[in-house]
Design a protein around this ligand. Structure first.
Ligand code: ADP
Ligand code: MG
Length: 405
């Protein structure tokens, strides 16, 4: 089954409610990275270029106090949208009320309206109380926002794993709901890997903790043909095999036991590193490559080693679908970025050979972008938690609420 896309809608003359992800990083009211605003442009442009009236909104940060309200004013983002799209953005500094209703009513074809941070509805300023109306999908709020428009487009993947008034709430109260182009891409790539991966299907997992990613590890063990493990989580697995991991980062015994049972369940599918770059302290000085069987007590593993990269390269050869979450090492330190860069290179090569290569969210996505691989892989997901839950095979409410074609 395929989901309806914004380009399937007849937007001419219609008020199109567009939930975008404008949750940009800000410092003292100044946007430090506008990638998310740029990423939302195609969907908004499509609507206005086809004679629709765009009503755009997003959450920004968390709003649990009066200070949060002041801190997370979304007005600067509306300004940035105006600059990037080259058209006036009529910003309403409210999430409800007559001014917003009139602005929506008077909007002309091809015009853009944006309203204040949807999470302002999570906090009642007068009562000085947290209400979570937006985040807990308050029924009245979704209905109210839906009443401002004729149809709804969800283009916010980062929040698709939670039912909120601004996604599920609106969708339940309008006649037609479609996915924006960004959400479409997430469905195509992550959804595609989950539902019908071309095989061989190889997953690569890294990052800091096994405990953060139990659900994904379990899902991938059952669905992928191979699961390659790096990052700090490798040490929890290696310890469970009785190896001396020295001073490397490792989790509590409970998770070492869990890692052991995951290895048993995986029945040879999990491939663990054979060497690591070690240092004597958690610092960015040159490391030494050591076999995982030869650690000293004070060795701290900060990246996968060259032999492991070779092993991963062999395991990945011929893969048709590759999903990757979690950096292979402490990539923030230049001496320990080689594993992560190496995996990026392997993915870039496989992409050229026609494989579908997907980087799933969080720090790994940031690493791949930073290292210049954004255009060299098939898809870098824009969601952190949402990508993980989607990869687990869970139904995401923000996708489920979109109409089928
Ligand atoms: P993601 O956000 O991609 O899911 P995580 O948040 O799980 O990834 O993990 C990212 C963090 O893991 C990075 O900050 C990285 O420095 C850290 N990390 C990776 N390998 C190691 C290691 N060997 N020792 C300590 N930290 C590590
Ligand atoms: Mg992270």
């Amino acid at each position: 089954m395929a989901k309806k896309i914004v380009s399937d809608l007849k937007v001419k003359g219609k008020k199109v409610l567009i939930r975008v992800d404008f949750n940009v990083p800000m410092k003292n009211g100044v946007i430090t990275d506008d990638t998310r605003v740029r990423a939302a442009l195609p969907t908004i442009k499509y609507v206005i270029d086809n004679g629709g009236k765009a009503i755009v909104f997003s959450h920004l940060g968390r709003v649990k106090s009066a200070e949060d309200v002041a801190k997370n004013d979304i007005a600067p983002v509306a300004k940035r949208l105006e600059e990037l799209i080259g058209k006036k953005v009529n910003f309403v500094n409210a999430t409800k009320g007559k001014e917003l209703e009139d602005a929506a009513k008077n909007l002309k074809d091809g015009e853009i309206l944006m309203f204040q941070n949807t999470r302002y509805e999570d906090f009642d300023v007068e009562a000085n109380k947290e209400t979570k109306k937006e985040s807990k999908n308050d029924a009245e709020l979704g209905k109210y926002w839906a009443s401002l428009g004729d149809m709804f487009v969800n283009d916010a993947f980062g929040t698709a794993h939670r039912a909120a008034a601004s996604n599920v709430g609106i969708a339940s109260n309008v006649k037609e709901t479609a996915a924006g182009f960004l959400l479409e891409k997430e469905i195509k790539f992550i959804g595609g890997a989950v539902d019908e991966p071309k095989r061989p299907y190889v997953a690569i997992l890294g990052g800091s903790k096994v405990s953060d990613k139990i659900g994904v590890i379990e899902a991938l063990i059952s669905k992928a043909d191979k699961v390659l493990v790096g990052g700090a989580m490798m040490f929890t697995f290696l310890k469970s095999q009785g190896k001396n991991i020295g001073a490397s980062r490792c989790e509590d015994q409970e998770f070492v036991d869990l890692a052991k049972s995951l290895l048993e369940k995986a029945n040879g599918k999990i491939i663990l590193p054979v060497d690591a770059l070690v240092n004597k302290a958690f610092e960015d000085t040159k490391g030494v490559a050591k076999s995982v069987d030869a650690f000293d007590q004070d060795d701290m593993g900060l990246d996968i080693g060259p032999k492991t990269l070779e092993l991963f390269s062999k395991e990945l050869a011929g893969a048709k679908t590759v999903v990757w979450n979690g950096p292979m090492g402490v990539f923030e330190m230049k001496n320990y970025a080689s594993g992560t860069v190496g995996v990026c290179d392997l993915l870039a090569k496989l992409t050229k050979e026609g494989a579908s290569t997907i980087i799933g969210g969080g720090d790994s996505a940031a690493a791949a972008e930073q290292l210049g691989y954004a255009d060299k892989v098939s898809h870098i997901s824009t969601g952190g938690g949402a990508s993980l839950e989607y990869l687990e095979g869970k139904t995401l409410p923000g996708i489920a609420c979109v109409d089928e074609k």
